[in-house]
Design a protein around this ligand. Sequence first.
Ligand SMILES: Nc1ncnc2c1ncn2[C@@H]1O[C@H](COP(=O)(O)OP(=O)(O)OP(=O)(O)O)[C@@H](O)[C@H]1O
Ligand SMILES: [Mg+2]
Length: 208
Amino acid sequence: MTSSDALRIAVFNGKGGCGKTTLAWNLAMGLGRRASTLLLDADPQGSLAHWADWSGREDIAIRVREWGSEAGHGEEYAFIVTDCAPRLEAEELKQIVAESDLVLLPVLPSPLDLWASRRSADWIREQRAQRPTLRAAFVLNQVEAQSALSRAAQVAIAELGLPVLRAVLHRRAIYRSAALEGLSVYHMGKRASAAQAELERLIEEIVT
Ligand SMILES: Nc1ncnc2c1ncn2[C@@H]1O[C@H](COP(=O)(O)OP(=O)(O)OP(=O)(O)O)[C@@H](O)[C@H]1O
Ligand SMILES: [Mg+2]
């Protein structure tokens, strides 16, 4: 298998703080347990590359590189996940999406956050109109336990014109504590089992 056979997933939303890095990092870790995975950091702040540096753990099986760096070319991966910055140069974003099979847009399940994702959703739909094989979906993040998506949020998301994954990520302290240690929820043992399970459901949904 060469990298051209890889499933390429971009995690993008122009809305800041919606969970792009959290999703990209944990998703890559989950994919990395199945097959070789490269995580590309397209955020100039480079927080992912930083985490991977100071964690220094051998049980982190994925490779992390800055997007656009030459390193990693010619290596073989089954999955390539790119974490996008909230503000990306238009050309850079175009290139990342042009190289992707699937765009995941994390979004908080509130009407305000959904409206704030509108421009990103419109832009992704334009890209899909030009290349219908491009897949794209919202991923609800920081969903509160027990709370159904409010009626207003359901209306807002339907109007954005992109599908929504059935799998959601709930608001869980373990996502934050894992990040603080430079680790993923897959490294946090039993107390992270619910988070791991929801990531596995998400992976099943996008990979099959
Ligand atoms: N499901 C979750 N449960 C609890 N905390 C979360 C969850 N998802 C994200 N967070 C926290 O919310 C904050 C923002 O998340 P994150 O940095 O992943 O967003 P982002 O979209 O990458 O932000 P930016 O636009 O600045 O790149 C972080 O502190 C993160 O730990
Ligand atoms: Mg980020």
